[in-house]
Design a binder for this molecule. Structure first.
Ligand code: SAM
Length: 525
């Protein structure tokens, strides 16, 4: 007994039909029918089945599930790349089949009663000889005029195969047919690709803050619509930030100290408690120098000593104001910024990263097989802040799980928040991890380079929270507008004096395509 299905094509009188997105499972094929780009939707079912409900829809009806269409098109592009169906094979199949023998499915559809009024074409056009019409399941329209697939109503069921029925039945046991596969590979998907691109750009345009652009002259792909832009970390199960009460502000600073820039008396600033001591500002023959020497032997608090201030204040060259000073830029010291509870006020120069990105960036398709990359639309000065790395914060166990189920080089998207692990005695398993693969910001697209022009820095607004802090990218040198932004994916500890891998590349390492003179040849992932 062949697997059968019936068709009811809904008519709601509305020209703009849309499928009900949360009922769509996936797209499984495509074709062009007449002038129309169509996609075969597999609908969700509450039960497990090898013959799920399927129906063809014009791309215009799938505008709200373009992410599902994009998944399909990516898989289709890969399959074409890895196993293109030869024209020779296609012509044999078609010659023996559909070109001379129109689909019986199409004929039955036209005989059916209810669906004749549909605006949707239900016959097989000669322009698409390899297409097979399949509407497995009952399509209906909800009150909001969205098309969905519903279970069959007993009245619509036919009784005997030769009895005239209200609906047509189709044998879908041979879906997808070879002809359908060939038609799918040959059919244009231009419209879908254009809609996907427009959707992505539209979403970028709706984001708050300084614009993010998209540029691709290499191919017609678009970054994944499934990626969600976020402004703050999203904390997942088992992840906790230190409570707001533990966050201290600086109490002895005020907005009107000397040059009106907040915490310039670094000796007094509580936020700079753990910042490196500025030895150059302690007279060698002073009592404080002796105290400092003692502190170096025995430890304790450094409050009262002058500290290295992270950012250039005004009064220096205009373009340098707010940039990271060379001492920090070339060290691994965390940056402790002031916060909302501080007495120094909003204009304090010790607040940069917390206000977010101020430079316009562009996501662009690299021409050298490294996927998407990121660049700036404006010149960047040495030490200039670019943006933070955002994503979901997950536990170490969850990161391990995600790595084990990912087919990608998952490590590239995972950042361990382990800056303070050693000093605070955190176990490896207590360290949180930022996963920027599915949600985050444009910095997700920064590629690796063995001789990079940017680096990531630890920025903390709560010196008592050693597990959650920001990762911020700064320019290591002047970067002209349009130059790709890169950073080194590898922790320096893992390379030797010649900047080569201490233990050699990992077994699953990817070839590095950064093109730098001193390239290590393998990408740490
Ligand atoms: C964090 S993502 C960077 C954005 C990525 N290019 C994309 O299109 O989404 C890291 C991935 O980019 C690619 N990539 C980054 N730098 C690379 C390099 N130097 N050589 C080869 N592939 C690189 C690798 O596939 C890596 O797993």
């Amino acid at each position: 007994m062949p697997v059968t299905a019936m068709v009811v094509i809904p008519t709601n009188g509305y020209t703009k039909q849309r499928v009900l997105v949360d009922k769509v499972h996936s797209i499984i094929s495509n074709r062009v029918l007449g002038e129309e780009e169509q996609y075969l939707v597999r609908w969700q079912t509450d039960y497990t089945t090898n013959t799920p409900p399927l129906s063809w829809h014009a791309i215009g009806e799938l505008m709200r599930c373009l992410d599902v269409v994009q998944d399909y098109l990516e898989a289709r592009a890969k399959s074409i790349q890895s196993a293109p169906l030869s024209r020779k094979r296609k012509s044999i199949d078609i010659a023996g089949g559909l070109e001379r023998r129109p689909s019986p499915f199409g004929r039955r559809l036209q005989q059916g009663g209810k669906h004749d009024s549909s605006s949707r074409s239900s016959s097989v056009s000669s322009a698409a000889p390899a297409s097979v019409n399949i509407y497995n399941g009952v399509l209906d329209v909800d009150d909001d005029h969205f098309t969905f697939c519903r279970p069959m109503n007993p009245k619509e069921r036919h009784v005997a195969s030769n009895e005239p029925t209200k609906v047509a039945y189709f044998d879908i046991s041979n879906i997808l047919t070879a002809e359908m596969r060939i038609a799918a590979q040959e059919a244009s998907v231009e419209k879908a690709l254009r809609y996907i691109r427009n959707e992505y750009v539209g979403r970028l345009n709706k984001l708050k803050g300084t614009p993010i652009h998209l540029f691709n002259t290499v191919d017609s792909s678009t970054p994944s619509l499934r990626f969600k832009y976020i402004y703050e970390y999203v904390l997942r199960e088992g992840v906790y930030r230190a409570s707001k009460e533990t966050q201290q502000g600086c109490t002895q600073c005020s907005p009107h100290m000397g040059r009106n820039i907040g915490c310039e008396y670094t000796k007094k600033c509580d936020c700079l408690e753990y910042a490196p001591v500025d030895e150059s500002r302690i007279p060698r023959d002073s009592e404080q120098w002796a105290e400092y020497q003692n502190y170096k032997k025995t430890g304790g608090s450094t409050i009262g000593f002058p500290k290295k201030f992270p950012y250039f204040a005004e009064g220096v060259k205009r373009e340098r104001a707010g940039c990271l000073v060379p001492f920090y830029l070339h060290s691994r010291h965390p940056i402790y910024e002031c916060n909302d509870k501080c007495g120094c006020g909003p204009a304090c120069r010790n607040k940069q990263v917390q206000f977010g990105r101020t430079v316009e960036v562009e996501i662009f398709k690299t021409a050298s097989d490294r996927g998407w990359g990121l660049r700036c639309k404006q010149d960047l000065h040495e030490g200039q802040f670019i943006d933070t790395y955002r994503g979901e914060i997950i536990t170490d166990a969850e990161a391990t799980r995600r790595e084990s189920v990912s087919s990608k080089a998952k490590g590239s998207y995972l950042y361990e928040l382990d800056k303070f692990a050693e000093t605070e005695g955190l176990e490896d398993t207590d360290v949180y991890v930022v996963d920027g693969e599915f949600m985050g910001g444009p910095t997700k697209f920064i590629n690796h380079c063995c001789e990079p022009n940017c680096r990531q820095f630890t920025v903390s607004y709560n010196k008592h929270d050693c597990r959650v802090y920001d990762i911020a990218f700064f320019a290591l040198r002047f970067i002209p507008a349009g130059q790709e932004l890169t950073f080194d994916y590898l922790d320096k500890e893992e390379v030797d004096a010649d900047d080569q891998y201490v233990h050699g590349p990992a077994a699953d390492a990817l070839p590095c395509l950064c093109g730098a003179e001193k390239c290590r040849k393998w990408l740490w992932t």
